[in-house]
Design a protein around this ligand. Structure first.
Ligand SMILES: NC(=O)c1ccc[n+]([C@@H]2O[C@H](COP(=O)([O-])OP(=O)(O)OC[C@H]3O[C@@H](n4cnc5c(N)ncnc54)[C@H](O)[C@@H]3O)[C@@H](O)[C@H]2O)c1
Length: 314
């Protein structure tokens, strides 16, 4: 059923969420504390709607655009909204201030999902009346082509909040996953951090260039990860399935996994080394173009995976 959705904070992620909900038929109200941000968001939205149409990922971009409106303030955005997607800066104090304002305005049925990349929502919703109707709904950017949304409840989040958010996300074409309880970084960024730390460690040790480490993922491991995860990968990589894979490779893997402990902060030197190699391959002047290139590739991949899934009867 079409609802009104409020987007609170319409930077990179909030503006992308607007596309997800408008494409699904909802009315979307944009709100941002910084002057000019909503207009900038609309320009981004229009460009991206056009690109999505080019890849067959939206039927009627003009209708989706017509469902998105700029609000006169937070109260206006929340008025009559069934769901709000909070996407303000990744700072607990900023989020807390926003939730305190929402608490004073929200109707009794509003559910609020936070785009928080790793800050659990218990840190900014404690003690608020609206707390039981809040949870984290963390996307991977941009959510209109990457469907994952991690749903993370605070200890006081009501079951109905989680089930309403899940249903809304699924109906909007997202793929929700649900954590049973809070943990810093949730699933995606914990996995990403483990991989990044190991990549920096290999670079710091001079074992390979940043380019070759990137290629190991883009031309290797990542090819499978676009449609199966690490558990399914190893399950399919041994004749007897996952337990057989572990029996064959556990000891060898454990030998080098042990070498990674304990965790250390990244050194300035290794960050500079990686950055300089990247700038040698991609000057900052071309950074924006490369981001747009990545997004077009993601749209092509999303269209392919949709069609492949249809072929497989999914
Ligand atoms: N960038 C990513 O790849 C990514 C991915 C997933 C989740 N996230 C999360 O999404 C959230 C937003 O990130 P972003 O990258 O879009 O940041 P951003 O800086 O692009 O946008 C944040 C927006 O919030 C607005 N804002 C700040 N304080 C506000 C307030 N009090 N009321 C209303 N608006 C306010 C800012 O004006 C800005 O437009 C963060 O929690 C971030 O961790 C980001």
């Amino acid at each position: 059923m079409p609802e009104k959705i409020a987007i609170v904070g319409v930077g990179l992620v909030g503006s992308a969420w607007a596309i997800v909900f408008a494409r699904a038929g909802h009315r979307v109200a944009l709100y941002d504390a910084t002057e000019g941000q909503c207009e900038a968001a609309l320009a981004r939205i229009e460009t991206n709607l056009e690109a999505l149409q080019g890849h067959g990922l939206i039927d009627d971009p003009a209708a989706a655009r017509a469902r998105i409106a700029v609000s006169t303030g937070l109260a206006d955005a929340l008025d009559g909204a069934a769901y709000a997607q909070e996407s303000v800066f990744e700072r607990a104090d900023v989020k807390r201030a926003v939730y305190e304002r929402i608490d004073g305005i929200a109707g009794p049925d509003l559910v609020v999902g936070s785009s928080s990349s790793g800050i659990p929502c218990s840190t900014f919703t404690e003690g608020l009346d609206i707390g039981p109707r809040c949870l984290v709904a963390h996307p991977i950017n941009p959510p209109y082509v990457i469907p994952l949304v991690e749903m993370v409840p605070a200890p006081w989040t009501e079951e109905e909040t989680a089930s309403r958010c899940w249903a809304l996300m699924e109906a909007a074409g997202m793929k929700p996953v649900r954590l049973t309880r809070e943990i810093d970084g949730f699933i995606a960024n914990r996995l990403q951090a483990a991989l990044l730390w190991e990549a920096f460690r290999l670079l710091e040790g001079g074992y390979a260039t940043a380019k070759d480490i990137d290629t190991t993922i883009s031309a290797g491991l990542g090819r499978r990860w676009a449609f199966i995860g690490p558990f399914e990968t190893i399950d399919l990589n041994a004749p007897g399935g996952l337990a057989d894979f572990c029996a064959r490779l556990h000891d060898g893997f454990y030998e080098f996994v042990k070498q990674s402990e304990p965790a250390q902060p990244l050194s300035d030197a290794v960050v500079s080394k990686a950055h300089e190699e990247r700038r040698g391959r991609l000057p900052m002047a071309e950074h924006g173009d490369r981001q747009a290139w990545r997004d077009r590739r993601l749209m092509g991949l999303a269209a392919h995976l949709r069609d492949a899934g249809r072929d497989a009867g999914e």
